[in-house]
Design a protein around this ligand. Structure first.
Ligand SMILES: [Zn+2]
Length: 294
């Protein structure tokens, strides 16, 4: 299996057939198909190796209507979520499979898993469906359509359609001469620093969001804002848009509601302190590594 991190085409969404309910049902029942059990924001993983998801076949667990969503195919194998609804059902499944539901947080070992992209998509899918059970227009119940890629209001007068969406956020490596600016938030692992980030606000371009966030959080003005790469960061639903930018000043004025600390670092300082780097699967790590290698 290829490495999941940042790979653009890991999951085949098979959009040309996922509207075909007969094909979806055949896939769900196929012997090779794998179900990813999700309970709240946790994924079922083997007790003996929390980095290994415990995939289920259709025959291994009850799949009530409306609890399973098609994610796509990887290497020709179909993957579905299986949403576990109650703590009792979760406990029963754990005992039967000798497995545990692992919380999919930033520090979770699953971030290092080959299946990261698939598992985070499963968590996001479960999150989105659980929060869109009712119509925002008329408050009627909604139901799954298109194998889970849409929900539709059950009121025939309304029939509002809802599609999964992500919130765009910018993340930027700011450099000034031979140093780059990194900051940290108080709840992060001790000593960890990262590139600055924030959500795009309605009505602004993503470049404007970069300039605004950096100025709000650190009091720094930037220029030469250049797009680098992107990463879906589904905790719970962000699309991270990575940038490089150059600072026109270096005096920091921190917003302490956002950052506990921030500082300018040389390449030698970062290389000498590897524990300060963020998770190797994150776009922040990729931005920093690219700058280090320049
Ligand atoms: Zn409605």
């Amino acid at each position: 299996m290829q490495t999941a991190s940042l790979s653009p085409y890991f999951i085949d969404r098979v959009s040309h057939v996922r509207e075909d309910s007969v094909w979806i049902q055949a896939q769900l029942h196929a012997g090779s198909t794998r179900l990813i059990a999700v309970y709240q924001s946790s994924v079922l993983c083997h007790n003996h190796d929390p980095r290994r998801p415990c995939f289920l076949s259709y025959s291994q667990a009850p799949v009530p209507p409306g609890t399973s969503v098609f994610l796509g195919q990887v290497d020709g194998i179909a993957y579905f979520t299986l949403s576990i609804q109650t703590s009792a059902a979760a406990e029963q499944l754990c005992n039967a499979q000798q497995a545990t539901f692992q919380a999919y947080a930033i520090s979770a070992p699953m971030l290092e898993s080959d299946y990261h992209e698939l598992l985070s998509l499963a968590c996001f899918t479960n999150y989105w469906h659980s929060r869109n059970q009712y119509c925002g227009s008329c408050a009627s119940a909604t139901e799954i359509c298109s194998a889970g890629h849409m929900r539709v209001c059950t009121s025939t007068d309304c029939a509002q359609r809802y599609f999964p969406s992500m919130d765009p956020a910018v993340i930027v490596l700011i450099e000034h001469k031979d140093r780059c600016l990194l900051g940290r938030q108080p709840h992060w692992p001790e000593a960890m620093y990262s590139t600055l980030a924030g959500f795009v606000e309605p009505g602004e371009t993503i470049e404007a969001a970069v300039a605004r966030e950096v100025n709000e959080e650190a009091g720094i003005h930037v220029e030469e804002i250049r797009y680098h790469s992107s990463q879906a960061w589904l905790f719970p639903n962000s699309l991270m848009l990575g940038f490089n930018a150059k600072a026109t000043s270096t005096d920091l004025q921190l917003d302490t509601n956002e950052l506990e600390a921030a500082a300018w670092f040389t390449r030698d300082q970062i290389r000498a302190t590897p524990q300060m780097l963020p998770n190797t699967q994150s776009i922040s790590y990729a931005l920093i590594q690219d700058w280090l290698n320049r």
